[in-house]
Design a protein around this ligand. Structure first.
Ligand code: ATP
Ligand code: MG
Length: 423
């Protein structure tokens, strides 16, 4: 026995094992086709970014920046780096750095791991995965609505039911400023009810107090001044137009004025798709408009809108519905015994692959019987069986693994016969 202690993955960071990975692959294929159906193009950014990017984009006084980021100093050169907690900041950084927005808006998407140091639990991990969708350089309510419609289509494609849509508008800078002043004054009047978190945020980010889950503060929060009362006409019209398009497409929604989102860069439309079937981690997709972010990261002011969905939560929902891993995609299992047969089997396997088939060549020896057991368990459609005597006769056996008669086939005819059988 080894004396080395077994090493484990970092807490909250999951291995996705082959039995589950098939579902991921199917999901990723479905999502790619769906995004292409709306003209979105793929972009891939690094996992590590300068810490300053996230502080500036997400906001200093947010859960993510205050307590969830994996930030560290690169001890080789002193750089301050952070594993990305989300993708929007990196996506905008990349678009600006490479001048993508110079003379055309961009519809972009990315997919990959995000990192947040949260308390791991069902649906909440320290490394998790998102599909992120960003429309950069678009001002109108049509794009906000299109992104919401897109989501609805994806839920239909995936067979996801029981998700509901909540929307809100956060207005623009001036309205938020007025609202902020009123909120601070209101909460100051009731400072005896505020918890420590709220007190700390009172002057830095009072809007986030509205997001508190503390039961003792719920009455206070319910009666707080409403942003809705401060909105100017333009923001209201934008919001009305988004709703109008949703109604035209018969997308049901609920206006939730308490939806503020945990990141500072949002303005105007925000939305979340929520299910009640995943316990507390019920938000599977969230997003909204971020018209100020591009300028904040150093670009010319340009409007934008986007959303991200959590892959683990979506797949958990699919698994709740009994969706399981599709069986491995394999056409042929090649069984062989004897030295001559083994050499020929290797050549036959390559010829079958040349014909476009998915082939598993048995490795590791063993009796015909034990190899056939493996072939049966492999989910392949048929086995090709090769023995020394058969090779000398220029033959092999093709055996269907899900019913049907086996037959002898000339070696040279194998690719054609097996392809025909699989049709
Ligand atoms: P929550 O309120 O659940 O913490 P959030 O507002 O922090 O979510 P966003 O930053 O909007 O989440 O990320 C978009 C989506 O990514 C979420 O709706 C969720 O599906 C998923 N997500 C966020 N954090 C995690 C996590 N730690 N583990 C798994 N999925 C996550
Ligand atoms: Mg969060």
């Amino acid at each position: 026995m080894s004396n080395n202690p077994t090493l484990q993955a970092v807490r909250g960071m999951n291995d996705i094992l082959p039995d589950e990975a098939g579902l991921w692959l199917w999901f990723e294929d479905t999502v790619r086709a769906w995004l292409e159906g709306y003209g979105y193009r793929n972009i891939r950014m690094p996992l590590l970014e300068p810490t300053a990017l996230f502080k500036r984009a997400i906001g200093e006084v947010t859960d993510i920046v205050e307590k969830e980021m994996y930030s560290f100093e690169d001890r080789l050169n002193g750089d301050q780096l952070t594993l990305r907690p989300e993708g929007t900041a990196s996506c905008v950084r990349a678009a600006l750095q490479h001048n993508l927005l110079y003379n055309a808006p961009q519809r972009l998407y990315y997919s990959g791991a995000m990192f947040r140091h949260e308390r791991p639990q069902k649906g909440r991990y320290r490394q998790f995965h998102q599909i992120g969708v960003e429309a950069l350089g678009f001002a109108g309510p049509d794009i906000d609505a299109e992104q919401i419609l897109m989501c609805a289509r994806l839920w239909r494609k995936l067979g996801i039911r029981d998700v509901s849509l909540q929307i809100n508008t956060l207005g623009d800078v001036a309205a938020r400023h007025r609202h902020r002043g009123k909120l601070i004054a209101y909460f100051e009047q009731h400072s005896d009810v505020l918890d420590e978190d709220a007190k700390r945020r009172l002057h830095s980010n009072p809007l986030r107090i509205l997001d508190s889950k503390n039961p003792a503060m719920q009455n206070l929060i319910a009666a707080a001044p409403k942003l809705m009362d401060e909105l100017d006409d333009e923001a209201l019209q934008h919001f009305a137009a988004v709703q109008e398009i949703l109604r035209r497409h018969e997308i049901a929604f609920e206006i939730n004025t308490r939806l503020v989102r945990g990141l500072d860069y949002y303005n105007r439309t925000v939305f979340e798709w929520v299910t009640t079937r995943l316990g507390a981690q019920g938000t599977i997709c969230a997003g909204g408009r971020f018209d100020g972010l591009i300028e904040q990261i150093g670009g010319k002011p340009q409007p934008a809108c986007g959303f991200a969905m959590g892959i683990e939560r979506l797949l958990a929902l699919l698994q709740e519905d009994g969706m399981s891993n599709p069986p491995p995609a394999l056409d042929v299992y090649v069984v062989h015994q004897g030295e001559l047969a083994s050499n020929v089997a290797g050549v036959v396997a390559e010829q079958l692959r040349d014909a476009g088939l998915r082939v598993l060549l048995h490795c590791g020896g063993g009796s015909f019987k034990s190899q056939m057991k493996k072939a049966d368990g492999s989910h392949a459609a048929c086995a090709v069986i090769i023995g020394d005597d058969e090779v000398r006769a220029g033959q092999a056996t093709v055996k269907p693994l899900r019913g049907g008669e086996q037959k002898s086939v000339a070696l040279g005819d194998l690719p054609g016969v097996v392809s025909e059988f699989l049709k």
